[in-house]
Ligand binder design. Sequence first.
Ligand SMILES: C[S@@+](CC[C@H](N)C(=O)[O-])C[C@H]1O[C@@H](n2cnc3c(N)ncnc32)[C@H](O)[C@@H]1O
Length: 231
Amino acid sequence: MTEELAFNSKHTIAYEANARNSIPTYDMLFSMIQSYFRVQLGEKEASLLVVGAGGGNELSAWGPSNPKWAFTGVDPSKDMLQMAMHKSVQLGLEDRVKLIQGTVSDIPLTDSKFDAASCILVLHFIKDVQQKLELLRTIKDKLKPGAPFVLVTAYGDPAEAELQDRINVWKSFFFDVGYDASKLDEMGKMIMNISFIPEQQIEQLLQEAGFTNSTRFYSTGLFAGWICHAE
Ligand SMILES: C[S@@+](CC[C@H](N)C(=O)[O-])C[C@H]1O[C@@H](n2cnc3c(N)ncnc32)[C@H](O)[C@@H]1O
């Protein structure tokens, strides 16, 4: 194994395990989104924009069983993109996968608009609400009218006890796989460093960005998912 492959394997295994500890329904989430996209996109060839494609899980979940889908993944992290590239090659998807290191604004203006897009577990890493809105707007501008968009993000009002209750639920997922109590207390404090906003505000941002018919289809622990469509 080359040094690069060893790096990728080690990080991929750690990332995969952590995602599934944090979100026990992680794999089901991808399958639910696939169902919706399949109905929306039908049998024709389709182009999908994957925002935050690092790790490559959208590619491995949807690529092999949807041979007519082509993916453009964007992610600012070189390391995360290496994992995505590694997975694409392993699964023989590289002819249908284009990866761009950067953000949605780095997609060439000459590229055609996309038939669908996802932004999974990215928005809560953006602290500023105006920047969250900007990201959603740039995604909307890259989509064909009516195209489906799926947003999955942490949500909640940091001032409300309800979020603390959900953090306790989230910690219990890790407790059950063997994390010790002191580590969990530390994790409970650390998680507050991500940017939580209430779900009403997320729905408002989607609307302001130009998405319609937003509906919350998914929720597990700290995270929830919305399906909507570009105007
Ligand atoms: C927790 S990972 C989620 C990866 C993948 N979507 C999944 O569900 O497995 C978050 C990813 O978002 C990327 N990211 C952060 N800010 C971003 C932005 N403005 N645009 C695109 N990706 C971003 C990070 O580099 C990281 O790879």
